[in-house]
Design a protein around this ligand. Structure first.
Ligand SMILES: NC(=O)C1=CN([C@@H]2O[C@H](COP(=O)(O)OP(=O)(O)OC[C@H]3O[C@@H](n4cnc5c(N)ncnc54)[C@H](OP(=O)(O)O)[C@@H]3O)[C@@H](O)[C@H]2O)C=CC1
Ligand SMILES: Nc1nc(=O)c2c([nH]1)NC[C@@H]1CN(c3ccc(C(=O)N[C@@H](CCC(=O)O)C(=O)O)cc3)C=[N+]21
Length: 306
């Protein structure tokens, strides 16, 4: 579907293409040097938003020259079996990166799984050791959606230093990392969640409003400051008026676009950049693995060649 040609729409496609073009060059060099990048996705059970994400991961990985493999597991698998599968991937030198699609079924502790991925293969930056880096302002590998959302805000050209930002949703994978990334950039950040007394009162003060909740049309025009930038991260599946399934965000775009100066469309906003950043993170991980390889074996390789 073509998006309306309206400068209020912050489109993700061109930003994603820019990132993927750079990844493609890096991947070609790495492949030629004997280090082909490969991403493995782990899916447990069935979730609509995950299906969209994985489909696009496969397509864009192929475009970028990164190997892609999906491992699907039934919803009744045990945490132990999953951990064993992750340890296998950690030990496999052909695997560069591992992403565990969320959500996983309730009987599986997601934190244990994320902790089982080797930090050098953690392309989402969700291992406790990785996510700590963004608290220390080391931002080269950040959780993909958070990084994508910040990337789109930067497209507005707004000065981030001192910007009043409100984030609705505080999950470890989206809301919290956005807060840390923006604090690093000098923004003033407020984070709202389901216990916040009045999300609307906070949201109305925001120069930039980020929404990552998973509830269609949660944010209406009267919750938005005139002239604000609204970054809609939600991916909700619903049946449209034509009876077909479609994706909508968390923001009531039709009314909000009349108030905001910028709004991200869904689809076509944050989503495509998320995929591009996952691939970029895969290359960051590959380069870290290569640096370790060189530090460990580089001298021996050099001696053997002489
Ligand atoms: N575009 C993309 O690239 C991506 C999109 N997504 C989408 O973003 C959305 C959020 O994902 P994720 O963060 O993983 O979801 P979670 O379900 O993990 O988190 C949702 C957050 O929203 C908060 N919340 C729930 N209800 C309200 C409310 N009424 N008012 C304010 N806050 C509320 C929750 O607070 P509490 O915990 O206190 O209940 C929680 O912090 C989903 O639609 C998901 O599909 C996710 C990742 C990537
Ligand atoms: N560990 C983990 N990390 C995630 O980041 C994560 C996850 N689990 N589980 C599911 C959600 C959802 N999500 C999407 C990312 C991109 C698109 C995407 O590419 N959307 C495009 C395409 C839409 C289409 O093809 O119809 C768009 O919005 O334009 C969608 C959904 C990431 N998530």
């Amino acid at each position: 579907m073509a998006l309306p040609d309206d400068s209020r729409y912050l489109k993700g496609g061109p930003v994603a293409q820019r990132i993927i073009a750079a990844v493609r060059e890096d991947a070609a060099i790495a492949r030629a040097e004997g280090f082909p990048p490969k991403l493995v996705s782990i899916t447990v059970g069935d979730t609509a938003a995950v299906d969209v994400y994985v489909r696009n991961q496969r397509a864009k990985a192929e475009l970028a020259g990164i190997g892609f493999e999906e491992r699907r597991f039934a919803a009744d698998i045990t945490a132990g079996e999953l951990e064993a599968a992750i340890h296998g991937l950690n030990a496999d030198p052909r695997v560069t990166g591992i992403i565990i699609q969320r959500p996983v079924p309730a009987h599986i502790p997601i934190k244990t799984l994320q902790g089982a991925v080797h930090p050098l293969k953690d392309v989402e930056g969700m291992h406790p050791a990785s996510i700590g880096n963004i608290v220390y302002n080391q931002l080269d590998l950040a959780p993909c959606t958070a990084a994508a959302s910040v990337e789109l805000l930067k497209e507005t050209g707004l000065e981030l230093k001192g910007l009043e930002v409100v984030i609705v949703g505080h999950s470890e994978i989206v809301g919290k990392p956005i807060a840390f990334l923006l604090m690093s950039e000098g923004a003033t950040v407020t984070v709202c969640h389901h216990m916040t007394r009045s999300v609307a009162a906070h949201a109305r003060r925001a120069d930039a409003l980020f929404v990552a909740v998973g509830k269609a049309r949660l944010i209406k025009a009267d919750m938005v400051k005139p002239g604000a930038a609204v970054i809609d991260i939600g991916i909700n599946s619903e049946i449209g008026p034509d009876g077909q399934s479609r994706i909508v965000g968390d923001v009531d775009a039709d009314s909000v676009k009349e108030v905001a100066s910028w709004i991200t469309p869904v689809p076509g906003g944050v989503g495509p950049i998320t995929v591009a950043i996952l691939l970029r993170n895969t290359m960051v991980a590959l380069n870290r693995q290569r640096a370790l390889y060189n530090a460990t074996y580089g001298v021996a390789d050099k001696l053997a060649a002489e």
